[in-house]
Design a binder for this molecule. Structure first.
Ligand code: FES
Length: 138
């Protein structure tokens, strides 16, 4: 019986090339996150990394951003998630549905850039989106 240490296993011939690529192109530690800037009516900013697929309303509620209430839990019936989307981002959002448009009619101080944040899903193309909150939801 041979008590000598086992021979080192041969490395995959491409190991060094793969290691080199990994070093040159580090993996983003937050690949599923998109930055959202919420601005309260007072001007106070909340910059939050939001998981893609989450709504702007849920992210605001989860991160305790004042001014977004989300009373109906995102079923598009309360309008307490009303906010203003900065003009630069409006074109990157899907058009409001008939339900959203009807519910939005119940919000205060509606403007052309008003949206219900429970209807807006975060995606990578929205990185840096600016959402301004109304003075009040009631
Ligand atoms: S959370 Fe109720 S309409 Fe958006």
């Amino acid at each position: 019986m041979n008590a000598a240490a086992p021979a080192a296993r041969p490395r995959c011939p491409d190991f060094m090339a793969i290691q080199s690529i990994a070093i040159q192109h580090p993996i983003d530690p937050r690949p599923h996150m998109t930055k959202v800037v919420y601005i309260e009516f007072s001007g106070k900013e909340h910059v939050i990394d939001v998981e893609n697929g989450e709504t702007l309303m849920q992210a605001a509620v989860d991160n305790r951003v004042p001014g977004i209430i989300g009373d109906c839990g995102g079923s598009c019936t309360c309008a307490t998630c009303h906010a203003y989307v900065d003009a630069a981002w409006l074109g990157k959002l899907p058009a409001a549905s008939e339900d959203e448009t009807m519910t939005l009619e119940g919000a205060l101080d509606v403007e052309p850039n008003s949206r219900l944040t429970c209807q807006l899903v975060v995606k990578p193309e929205l990185d840096g989106i600016v959402i301004r909150l109304p003075k009040s939801q009631f």
